[in-house]
Design a protein around this ligand. Sequence first.
Ligand code: ADP
Ligand code: MG
Length: 616
Amino acid sequence: MSGIIQLLPDHVANQIAAGEVVQRPASVVKELLENAVDAKASDIKLIVKEAGKTLVQVIDNGLGMNTTDARLCFERHATSKIRQAEDLFDLHTKGFRGEALASIAAIAHVEMKTKQDQEELGNHIVIEGSKLTSQEVAVLPKGTSFAVKNLFFNIPARRNFLKSETVELRHVLDEFHRVALAHPSISFTLIHNGSELFNLPGSNRRQRIVTLFGGKTNEKLVPVSEDTDLIKITGFVGKPEFSKKSRGEQFFFVNDRYIKSPYLHHAIMSAFEGLLKEGNQPSYFLYLQVPPHTIDINIHPTKTEIKFDDEHSLYAILRSAVKHSLGQFNVSPILDFERDANLDTPYQYKDKTADFPTIEVDAGFNPFASEKPSKSLNTFGSYKKDIAQANWESLYVGLKQDTEELASFSFESTEVTGSLFDEQSSESMAHTTYQIHKKYIVSAIKSGMLVMDQRRAHQRVLYEQFLTNITIQKAASQQLLFPLTLFFSTNEIQLLHEMQPTIENTGFIFDTFTADAVQISGLPLAMAESEVSIVLEELINNLQNEIPESSFSQSDTIAKSMAKSLAVKSGTYLTDKEQENLVNSLFACKEPTISPFQKPTFITFTVEDLDKRFAL
Ligand code: ADP
Ligand code: MG
């Protein structure tokens, strides 16, 4: 009786294998760039259309292939890079599995042109879904060009699984960054949809980092250097004061290959211990050289995870090397990151009303300074005053007398230092609020007592306000006399650019974008100029983490992020007027009871609750 097991035809086997190697256009970018590097190219051009969904092309000036190899390179397990199993432990090339081209050719339309230096003519080959459709000799320049078109054309499920162009392009850029950082002496160009995103001349590591991540990066880098028998470490870590909430710029290269290693990441984090603001991430660009026989790269098809023989020693060496550099370059610990909010109370506004914010321009403004700005609460001023009053007063019916009595006691925060608000706005509400520990606002209400968390309450107020502004596309801006220029990485700039219309609905005005900077000429009313960089940084980070697809979730993310960044922090002293305005604004909200992050904004105690406590 014949069995039921059959050998899969090659093109099916290739399609299955392709699933491991090629998840998205960025995987093709990685494999093709690495092949060009292995072919010893000194100049590599990456051309991408629609984030690689319709075209990924890599043109190199490397060694090229002869006629036989040009055909053979598309076979599975066809490689020029290793000959025997032992070679796996002495790798000096990016590739060695011989399956990338076979996999890519199984799931796309591939056109390859290649010529070796010493040959007169080159080869031009077209392969579609593993089938050779044409092979011709042609007059070609030295090197190789791979054009991969219509990725996943024969696997619609995979194609549909691809994310938006924004997301896919971000992955492409990540791969491009990784290869470009690993090989600074090679010049790289990246062209997306016809426009040049990067043109990186061959240079050294430091210059490469700076050209990729923007001119301001240079001053942030601290060199790291260590040489032992086990490992040689070179590269840079970012100064702690430039750390960010996002994990954007963190790179390990082992023998010139980008790798991911949570374990070694931990070594860096522990070297930075005590130097970083909570939740912040340092940037690092670390190049590790280890003897090839002490690592195993072949544990993952995409070769981004590797196994070290002596991980524990590497951890210790790396940690001490980074610590040493931070110490040597006099990067002193910054212990108190939270500003003293007391100093932020805008005393200079004493007795002024807040009809319209004045504009102050700080000529010495440093967008990277980590100190936080003075907080202006003037957005409460006119916020739906009528509704606020109505809601609020209903809590107070019959209370007036009691509160007047209470007011004669001296509480910890009754001292009035200034007002940002309309004097009249609170006249009709002669109730008293007390701020406790610069964190809670307490007040008597009809049924008993209310305790409000000032930060969460303000988050709710700002969130609804921003969301309304974004959806009705009508936000007031404060015009800056001198536009601000802020620097970000190319990825971040791109994100801001894409989100520009939505972000501008909050009141920002972005004038011009360059590869690594944005010029801002208008700000939301609630925002001080010194807050801009931190607010945008947090916004970018939140957008990157959420990767919102629908426009509603984008608006929601932006509103939440800005509300969180701009809300008064715990520890901020609020004047009586500010307290009252906060309370009024909160009760004018659609959902006053919870913060945008689903936490309660206030709690109440009824008189019975209190009676019970005293009855004990
Ligand atoms: P691997 O890189 O693991 O060897 P690939 O499928 O990526 O496997 O490539 C197969 C072979 O094709 C390589 O070993 C190399 O000999 C050849 N090749 C691929 N790309 C290029 C290129 N850009 N220039 C010259 N040769 C190349
Ligand atoms: Mg390869």
